[in-house]
Design a protein around this ligand. Structure first.
Ligand SMILES: [Zn+2]
Length: 162
């Protein structure tokens, strides 16, 4: 099962994603400004996009498929991860121009679950859709492939080698 997870990561490496380290993103004025006063779980009602994402990434899944979940499921921590990722993370720019923030937590903060079985540890936060206050959310991911990522501007590591 872990092998499948690693292969998925290697496939991701072949994508033409680009990265900006936190310092370069800051110098270029590219760091996101998110409203820290907003509710990161929206209305808190099932069916609300923000709330559904929060539940998806904090509750152990009841169905099959691939999902990553946080170990600390409190709202305060979920909110903190959004704020710290926006301020201290690196920017990932996808093929399609979509941007995300990657923040290395330096410790395991979540788990990857495949068909209700934990298959890997997660030590990064990926903050997505951060320019849309109605869709901004995040989830834990692994730094496994992120150690290969280099900053487009300075060539530095996005995540230092461990
Ligand atoms: Zn840089």
């Amino acid at each position: 099962m872990f092998l499948i997870y690693k292969i998925q990561h290697l496939q991701k490496l072949s994508n033409m994603r680009k990265y900006l380290c936190n310092q370069c993103a800051r110098e270029l004025g590219q760091l996101p400004t998110i409203n820290t006063e907003q509710s990161f779980t929206g209305s808190g009602i099932v069916g609300d996009y923000l709330f559904d994402k929060y539940v998806r990434h904090t509750q152990f899944p009841t169905g099959d498929g691939f999902v990553s979940i946080y170990r600390d499921t409190s709202y305060d921590t979920y909110k903190e991860y959004a704020i710290i990722s926006a301020a201290s993370g690196s920017i990932e720019i996808g093929d399609d121009g979509k941007k995300a923030m990657l923040w290395w937590a330096k410790e395991d903060i979540g788990d990857a679950i495949h068909n209700q079985i934990p298959v890997a540890y997660n030590n990064m936060v990926k903050l997505v859709l951060y320019e849309n206050k109605n869709k901004i959310h995040h989830f834990p991911t692994s730094s496994l492939s992120a150690h290969e990522f280099k900053c487009l501007k300075c060539g530095g590591d996005i995540v230092p080698a461990e």
